[in-house]
Design a protein around this ligand. Structure first.
Ligand SMILES: [Zn+2]
Length: 382
């Protein structure tokens, strides 16, 4: 039974008024950090509090005021990187899955402020019912659903980042909801991961440095390239991620891909040792600013060829190299493409969708085909 001492006033209020006010503090209209405020049943819940992905970009929290709770979708920097500002907003407790907490430093959120979300299931956040499910995007990543939110009780869902194209991380279908904050990062892109993998394998065959973020696409890239007969060389960070996934029993990965991770390690499908320009190196970080990627970038004259596969933020080595045609860019979907966004709309039948993390001009096809009303203004009450 929940402790009713804190939630009693809100529950009383909620019985009379389920209206829900959503405000995109950041993350709407551009590839900007995630921070979405939901005011519901007398509580102020913040969905994510990120920084980046461009270096130095932080959300403008002016006028945000006191927050009652923060809920995290996953541990990527553009979703958690501004948690150091928590103290300016009442030092609220923070909810996340155990796997997400495992990726966040206690210097950013101390143990005493940490609360647990299930990977898939129901819980309460300060008396507010919250449902979660896995998003296919990152270890421990979840969507958040507030059942019954809204004047007509149709519900609210925040997707965080998601994809249904991963062979590694499962995706759980969210319930139907009137209001959806969707991950529209790719806007009009409608190329499948299957097609992208073939192109990447061809480009990398003679040797490449494939730059990836930590806790992201690295292990799956190793798996898919090995399946094509290539022998990728993971950097120590990615190798540890593969080892952790091969033995994970927390629910972030299902049995079949877990066995595939174990087979990668056991069957000699991965290369080891010091990387040479002929190796297919999978390494952090995504923009060659740190890690083995930065070390190999400093040795580029030896013949290391760089390939970037994600969003290339301005002001990074990745952006400079790609712009100068000194590195390749090959897409690797970790967000939904256009067809998948429309599929999700058909499944959960929202009336209103806030398309997050994209410029309106890059989402013109989504706007044409959307079954729901797209919202580009930051505030909305339903
Ligand atoms: Zn992410």
């Amino acid at each position: 039974m929940p402790d009713n001492s804190l939630s009693a006033p809100a529950t009383t209020l909620g019985a009379q008024d389920n209206s829900c006010h959503v405000r995109a503090v950041s993350g709407l209209g551009a590839k900007s950090p995630a921070a979405f405020l939901v005011e519901y049943r007398g509580k102020r819940l913040l969905m994510d509090l990120g920084a980046g992905p461009e270096p130095g970009v932080r959300p403008d929290l002016t006028g945000l005021g006191q927050i009652d709770a923060i809920c995290l979708s996953h541990a990527h920097g553009d979703h958690v990187g501004a948690l150091d500002a928590r103290g300016d907003h009442g030092n609220p407790p923070v909810w996340a899955t155990a796997a997400t907490w495992g990726q966040i430093d206690t210097a950013l959120v101390p143990q005493e402020a940490r609360r647990l979300l299930p990977l898939k299931g129901s819980t309460e956040v300060l008396g507010t019912p919250v449902m979660t499910g896995r998003t296919g995007h990152a270890p421990g990543g979840v969507w958040l659903h507030l059942p019954g939110a809204g004047r007509e009780g149709g519900g609210f869902t925040y997707m965080g980042d998601w994809t249904v194209e991963s062979d590694l991380f499962p995706f759980d279908m969210p319930p139907q909801a009137d209001f959806l904050i969707d991950d529209a990062s790719y806007g009009n892109r409608d190329q499948s991961l299957a097609d992208q993998i073939g192109a990447l394998a061809e480009a990398a065959r003679e040797g490449a440095v494939l730059c990836v973020p930590a806790a992201g696409r690295g292990p799956e890239m190793a798996l898919r390239l090995a399946a094509l007969g290539l022998r990728p060389l993971p950097c120590p960070v990615i190798r540890r991620e593969i080892e952790a996934l091969a033995t994970d029993d927390s629910g972030i990965i299902d049995a079949a891909p877990r066995a595939a991770m174990a087979a990668l390690l056991k069957d000699g499908q991965l290369a080891g040792g010091a990387p040479t320009p002929q190796d297919i190196v999978i390494t952090t970080d995504a923009n060659a600013e740190s890690g083995l990627a930065a070390d190999l970038l400093a040795r580029r004259e030896e013949g290391f060829r760089f390939i970037f596969t994600g969003y290339v933020p301005p002001g990074t080595p990745a952006e400079r190299l790609v712009a100068a045609k000194q590195a390749l860019w090959c897409g690797w979907n970790v967000h939904p493409c256009l067809g998948d966004m429309l599929w999700l709309q058909r499944e959960i039948k929202p009336r209103w969708v806030m398309p997050a993390f994209v410029k309106p001009a890059s989402a013109s096809k989504l706007a044409e085909a959307s079954h729901a009303t797209l919202l580009w203004e930051p505030g909305f009450r339903f």
